[in-house]
Design a protein around this ligand. Sequence first.
Ligand code: NAP
Length: 258
Amino acid sequence: MPTPLHVLVTGATGRTGAIVIQKLQQQPEQFNPKGFARSEAKVKELFGTADGFYLGDISDPDRLKAALEGCDALVILTSAIPQMKAPPEPGQRPEFIYPEGGTPEQVDYQGQINQIEAAKAAGVQHIVLVGSMGGTNEQHPLNRMANGNILIWKRRAEAYLIASGLDYTIIRAGGLQDQPGGQRELIVGKDDELLANPPDGIPTSIPRADVAEVVVQALGSPAARNKAFDVISKPEGTPGAVVTTDFDALFERTTPGL
Ligand code: NAP
């Protein structure tokens, strides 16, 4: 891989995106990261400066084009974000909506296509895309949320990336947790089989910091190229668990195709 690798991270002010940026910034000999975000105030709040960030919306191909110039790799960490309609009445379930312009079809499908096409035009070699487990099940509660079909649209964008001809790594995470990374054994799977049959009935979740580490490792590992996989973690302290440190070996256990 060229060093330093020029990487654009979209969703850079998101909870996982910000960790990816921080991890890449800590390895300046290997990585030259730039972030793409829509709020300058949020960038400054998180990183202290907007230097090294491009401001824009993924619905705007021109902003993506400018940000991707000279990049070797793109990390896609954008996602539609549902909003609660109003605090629920006692005993009622909360109702959600997606903001105008922010539906899963607009963000997770068209917005990702915009990113893939802009990357292709810019000569980017590799796209690392973070998605979500559950996309094989139309009835998954996240698909029903605000009737957004978010996991379906995410999976369609993954298929688009695979068909694009660019090298890809598609990381479909289990439920994300704000927990420390580097403390757990990670488990990879495919087609939501881990959701149906988690080993020893463990929770199908993973810390955002571990997902961010998988992203960073995928950028540098040939074994992660042209692979798509689900990933969860064994809870900290699980007897017999071995903390994952050999990411090439982890990626060797993953397979090409959706
Ligand atoms: P997050 O905090 O929700 O961040 C999403 C990012 O997307 C935010 O930075 C947001 O910008 C950005 N974004 C949304 N629409 C945009 C637009 N039109 N233009 C530019 N940027 C836009 O993400 P996360 O919770 O860390 O999740 C990371 C990924 O994992 C997502 O794809 C998510 O769906 C997936 N995932 C989540 C779970 C879970 O349990 N939550 C489970 C599995 C997988 P702002 O910062 O300006 O809002």
